[in-house]
Ligand binder design. Structure first.
Ligand code: ADP
Length: 445
């Protein structure tokens, strides 16, 4: 039974029935700026192509090997993003598609998720290509951000208001003063991502670098606690927020703006995007060598917003634990980075074995080596393994950076090697990353 038969039985909305039979914008575009092809768990393959002119999605085409619901979802996704900016289009959610369609049969709702994911991947591809073009400009002497009169941030886009233009320029100016932006990501929570981010930032600062630490884990900010700043509150100076300064380390977290550590933030994608843009643009970061950004686990709105906003040079540090389950999640993070054009700096395997406090022997609590073999398999650098050390928990609870306090411990030494590797791999300020590999055909789910 296909969707039109269901309609006869009154089980699908007219919007679904119409698009299942005559999907709009069906077929590839000849001239496109972004493209993605994804295969879902259901076995269907969807493709999207989009054309962007003057920061506006002007044409979208799609194809699917799936059924009528898949055609209806794809068709509605194209209609919903035409005339939007790529940033806005990147926030299209399955719920938006389902709402516009008046729902889908329950066993076909995944078609909306598939359409949203494929479209977002095509937008990620568009941003990646735009950045690669910026790199080509840099090779011809134009850094693509601040040094040339032809720089895109100096030219008002066709559909941009004066205010939007000024905002974009302000962000570009701020990001231009920051050297390497490091987005610390993990596939799942509890693997030590925030601990790594805090210790990485503290170690870089102790090595004499000027460093910013930005916590964009909007629903669970842990940087204030890890850095012992829970009682601190941010102040404004003129139009800017003054970050908390610990020597040459500047810290900013949504947690520092909340009245209490138990307050919950309930925000949807566009609000998170706006907040993260403010954290980048309205905080007085000054000139920094590094900005370490602690993202929430997964590949949701926060890392996507950061990837779209920070500019170059930027890279992702992926934290995992050695078990197969955690390692599988990192695959998704690597795939996310490819799609949004964020180079992977490397993978860190945390909680990699435990030194027995009695005999000093090594206990493989969660196995070991999963991160290293994943890095090899995915062709990304492996930065190092950090063993379990109960002192890391104590330091986190006390709010003191472990790497400094227990500098002679095996875990701190491992962290020091990781920091050295990151410093060695850091691009010059204002330089651009390698071009992206061609778009891979892989599952997004
Ligand atoms: P995430 O940011 O991934 O959710 P956290 O950084 O908050 O994870 O760490 C989760 C818990 O694990 C914290 O209590 C932290 O102190 C602890 N932890 C992190 N890394 C280690 C380690 N190598 N050894 C022991 N405990 C660790």
């Amino acid at each position: 039974m296909n969707v039109s038969d269901l309609n006869v039985l009154g089980q699908v909305s007219p919007q679904v029935a119409e698009r299942a039979q005559n999907p709009r914008n069906y077929g590839p575009l000849e001239d496109w700026d972004g493209h993605a092809r994804l295969t879902g768990d259901c076995g269907d393959t969807m493709e999207f192509w989009l054309k962007v002119t003057n920061q506006q999605v002007v044409h979208v085409g799609f194809t699917t090997t799936g059924c009528g619901s898949s055609r209806a979802a794809g068709s509605m996704a194209t209609e919903l993003v035409i005339n939007k900016s790529p940033d806005e289009a990147g926030f299209l959610e399955p719920a938006d598609i389902l709402k516009a369609l008046g729902g889908l049969p329950r066993d076909s709702e995944h078609c909306a998720a598939m359409a949203s994911s494929t479209l977002r991947a095509a937008i990620g591809d568009y941003f990646a290509r735009t950045r690669a073009q910026g790199r080509n400009r840099s090779e011809s002497g134009d850094c693509g951000t601040c040094s040339s009169a032809e720089c895109p941030s100096k030219q008002r886009q066709h559909n941009e208001s004066e205010e939007q233009f000024r905002e974009r320029q302000a962000l570009a100016r701020k990001m231009c003063q920051i050297g390497y932006k490091l987005l610390v990501m993990s596939g799942k929570g509890g693997v030590g991502k925030s601990t790594v981010a805090a210790n990485l930032a503290a170690s870089l600062a102790l090595a004499g670098k000027s460093v910013g630490l930005l916590d964009v884990d909007i629903h669970g900010p842990s940087i204030p606690k890890l850095m012992g700043l829970e009682r601190e509150r941010l102040v404004a100076h003129g139009q800017e927020i003054v970050p908390i300064e610990i020597g040459n380390l500047k810290v900013m977290s949504i947690g520092l703006l909340l009245p209490s550590a138990t307050d919950a933030v309930i925000w949807r994608g566009p609000m998170k995007y706006t907040a993260i843009r403010q954290f980048l643009k309205d905080v007085n970061w000054g000139a920094l060598d590094y900005l370490v950004i602690d993202a929430p686990p997964g590949t949701g709105d926060e890392p996507l917003s950061v990837a779209q906003l920070v500019g170059q040079p930027a890279g992702a540090v992926l934290v995992t634990t050695p078990q197969d389950l955690a390692v599988a999640d990192v695959r998704r993070s690597v795939s996310f980075c490819e799609k949004v054009g964020l180079p992977v700096v490397g993978i860190i395997e945390n909680m990699s074995g435990l030194a027995c406090p009695h005999c000093g022997g090594r206990i493989e609590l969660f196995k070991t080596g999963g991160g290293k073999s994943l890095a090899r398999e995915m062709g990304v650098p492996f930065l190092g393994s950090v063993p379990i050390d109960p002192e890391i928990v104590q330091c986190g609870d006390r709010g003191t950076p472990y790497a400094h306090q227990f500098a002679e411990s095996p875990a701190a030494k491992a962290l020091a090697v990781i920091v050295d590797r990151i410093v060695a791999a850091s691009p010059r300020k204002g330089s651009c990353p390698e071009p992206l590999p061609p778009l891979a055909e892989r599952s997004w789910f």
